[in-house]
Design a protein around this ligand. Structure first.
Ligand code: BGC
Length: 347
């Protein structure tokens, strides 16, 4: 009896020794990436997640390493997101990717990650630089907001110069309204400012009739556009939307009010989502600015994979410091037909 138990202990001991040795030398067979998005119904973010999943599967096939991706929806609550990050860490995620609900409040996420030594890749909703520097295992993947504003302004100015009929009252001034994203979001503030300034720089006089906050959301934009149509009606010559979904909401309002397309204001958006690009192709929008969701997804996957395996992030393409930014692409009505998103190759 006694002998048997001693033997058992020795055998277990040998197993453990072998186990330790072999685990150390063995290549990694699987990794786990946890993601929390601020709202899974956001068109841009959900399309970016589909691209991420597709690239993860591709990477798995190419490397033979199993890549488990778990995506959580924070449903607009920062405290829910904080809990999700805690549980992703507990579940053994090698890296967590966070699309912050409140980009000014990343403290709980950063503290939990640092305590457990799990790297964090923030994406799309940019935290302030000071926060990004709080620990050396924090990264950001996104784009440069001002670039999209400039391109949107260029599209509007080019259309005004080229299509006389857009100046409905022929006063030489582009009367516009703005549909803005969430208050405090880097892309909302910056896009509006740069697009309007660019139109002016391109030699077009402008007059702002009104603006409304529609939180990136198509239905909210339709409601707000209805109100602005009631107030300004046919005076509106241009709708500058901070994203395509809100541009499409404005178009929904124009359609619902049975306004003939020949009398519509010029509508311009940002993102180049599938529905946005379709609206440019069919002439409902004068253009959009492609927000490279595939490039951002591929960059985030590459970074997450590297952090989870050998950790040598210096080899990750386009990483400057701890940030990766993908360029925007201007898509006018003329270009939309032949436009193909750059995809992972562009990354
Ligand atoms: C996109 C919006 C999106 C938002 C979410 C922006 O970069 O252009 O469409 O709703 O990010 O954070």
């Amino acid at each position: 009896m006694r002998k048997a138990s001693i033997l058992a202990i020795v055998v277990i001991g040998i197993f453990m020794l072998c186990g330790c040795g072999s685990v150390k030398d063995q290549p990694i067979k699987n990794i786990k990436i946890g993601i929390s998005v601020y709202d899974q119904y956001d068109t841009f973010v959900s399309q970016m997640m589909s691209a991420f999943n597709a690239y993860a599967m591709q990477k798995q096939e190419n490397t033979g390493i199993t890549i488990n991706v778990e995506i959580y929806n924070a449903s607009g609550s920062q405290s829910t997101q904080n809990e999700q990050v805690e549980s992703m860490i507990k579940e053994g995620c090698n890296v967590v990717c966070v699309n912050l609900v409140d980009r000014t409040d990343p403290t709980a996420v950063i503290d939990a990650a640092e305590k457990n030594n799990v790297p964090v890749i923030f994406f799309n909703r940019e935290l302030v630089e000071e926060d990004l520097r709080r620990w050396n295992n924090l990264y950001y993947v996104g784009a440069e907001a001002f670039e999209s504003g400039i391109m949107e302004g260029e599209l509007a100015a080019e259309a005004f110069h080229e299509q006389e009929e857009l100046d409905k009252n022929q006063d030489g001034i582009f009367q516009y309204v703005v549909l803005e994203g969430e208050v405090g979001h880097q892309d909302a503030i910056v896009r509006t400012e740069y697009s309007v300034n660019t139109i002016i720089q391109k030699g077009v006089s402008v007059e702002k009739l009104g603006y409304a906050i529609a939180n990136w959301n198509r239905a909210q934009a339709q409601t707000k556009m209805n109100q602005m149509l009631e107030e300004y009606g046919g005076q509106i010559e241009l709708v500058l939307a901070n994203n395509d979904d809100m541009a499409l909401g404005a178009i929904d309002a124009l359609k619902a009010q049975n306004i003939p397309q020949s009398e519509w204001p010029a509508v311009v958006g940002i993102d180049g989502t599938d529905v946005g690009l379709e609206a440019v192709r069919n002439g409902e929008m004068i253009g959009t600015v492609y927000n490279d969701k595939e490039g951002q997804a591929a960059a985030m996957l590459e970074l997450a994979y590297t952090l989870s395996t050998d950790g040598a992030v210096s080899s990750v393409d386009k990483l400057t410091g701890n940030t990766i930014r993908l360029p925007y692409i201007k898509v006018s009505a003329k270009e939309a037909g032949s436009f193909t998103p750059p995809g992972a190759d562009g990354y």
